[in-house]
Design a protein around this ligand. Sequence first.
Ligand SMILES: Cc1ncc(COP(=O)(O)O)c(C=O)c1O
Length: 216
Amino acid sequence: MGGFTVPKYRYPAQFAGGERELLDRIGEVLLRGGYVLGEEVAEFERRLAGYLGAAHTVGVNSGTDALILTLDALGIGPGDEVITVANSFHATAQAIARRGATPVYVDCRDDDFLMDLDLLPAAFTERTRAVILVHMFGKAADVPRAARLARDAGVTLVEDCAQAIGARSHGVRVGTASAAGCWSFAPSKNLAAAGDAGAGQRPRRPARRPAPASPA
Ligand SMILES: Cc1ncc(COP(=O)(O)O)c(C=O)c1O
């Protein structure tokens, strides 16, 4: 057998043909000194929102922080449960734990390895505050169905889109039809930065489970 190997990562290959323009633009920013929240970031946020069909997006330093900040903005903390899947990068559950909340796992389907939404209703408890639906391997989970189930249970739907930028669920780009979408631009992702980077779409409003009816 010959020595044919497929390299695991070939990050520089994505720049093929565009290296000169890219280096010129990076050099221009470096020499201008606009390193923090400059016009380039604002332009990226605008163009990302336009591509996704989102009202707005916010650039952050990683997909992990997009998840943590989203849960923070939703007021999720100790005593709360957040439903997700075990079949994800550990950052999904880690973000929940980082907020002091408890991750609750719903199993995945054996055909596409995405959350089995048939099993979701049984996972809701009085303590559930949110569901983080994870779109894995570029595949979109069924967002409208997950949103319906979450709404019926009185909890917020968040999407972890770290591995699926641009994927569509029922024709709509993932991350734009729920309370918040979270994206990663780590070097191994579909849209890769030269280092860690991420984005979030801001939650519209925090959800609270409806208060139990007071005894008559
Ligand atoms: C599904 C999933 N969620 C979250 C993350 C976290 O993103 P980051 O590495 O940018 O923190 C990743 C990527 O590593 C991921 O694959």
